[in-house]
Design a protein around this ligand. Structure first.
Ligand code: SAM
Length: 212
């Protein structure tokens, strides 16, 4: 179902500058319509964020592709995602052959997404909790992708990054963020690249925004 729409979406992302063939292949294969509410299925292959309930969104496909590409992952890399949400970003990473760990702070979203993963045979290690402090038990990670906007880069996530690894995180105020790509060198120092103008829901937690 929706195969031609998926191919067209991948082609449109390629025209917008996504050039990692493995990312484009995953976009062309992962059934995004299964990650959106039933009433929005016909919009699933538009390059747009969509509401998934609980005040949250499934990220725009371009953003998912851009963040995935920015991690420059090798096959079989270990990746930590903060903000499981609908599960689409995790499914893209799983499709690309990564070992995926994902943390979500809203229990009801996580339960719904775990059910979907089981149904679709997507094997992602999930955890309920505050992702701003990472998941120390399985660190270090070759890539960390944060899918909610933070006031600053959480030090715990920088610590849990492997040498040569990349952390991709939107940082800014609650309305607009800069996407930061933080690379850890083999010596343990950090090099940061900034890409302007992304918009995410807030990252709420000990090393993110305080809960009201
Ligand atoms: N990655 C998701 C996808 O592919 O659909 C999109 C995630 S949505 C834009 C952001 C998610 O981050 C929300 O589900 C929200 O509950 C979650 N979130 C916010 N703060 C968090 C935190 N400290 N730890 C874990 N999840 C968090």
């Amino acid at each position: 179902m929706y195969e031609s729409e998926r191919r067209e979406l991948a082609d449109s992302l390629s025209m917008k500058g996504i050039d990692d063939i493995y990312v484009l292949k995953a976009i062309g294969e992962v059934e995004r319509h299964k990650f959106v509410p039933a009433g929005l299925r016909n919009h699933a292959y538009k390059d747009a964020a969509l509401p998934i309930g609980f005040g949250q969104t499934i990220s725009q496909p371009y953003t998912v592709a851009f963040m995935t590409q920015a991690m420059k992952l090798e096959p079989n890399s270990k990746v930590l995602e903060i903000g499981t949400g609908s599960g689409y970003q995790a499914a893209i990473l799983f499709n690309m052959g990564m070992k995926v760990y994902s943390i979500e702070r809203q229990m009801d979203i996580l339960h719904a997404t775990q059910k979907l993963f089981d149904k679709m045979g997507i094997r992602v290690y999930t955890k309920y909790g505050d992702g701003t402090i990472g998941w120390d038990e399985f660190a270090p990670y070759d890539g960390i992708v944060v899918t909610a906007g933070s006031p600053s880069v959480p030090p715990s996530l920088m610590k849990q990054l492997a040498p040569g690894g990349r952390l991709v995180i939107p940082v800014g105020d609650k309305n607009i963020q800069t996407l930061k790509i933080v690379m850890k060198t083999e010596e343990g120092t950090f090099i940061t690249e900034d890409i302007p103008e992304f918009k995410f829901v807030p990252l709420i937690g000990r090393e993110g925004w305080k809960e009201k």
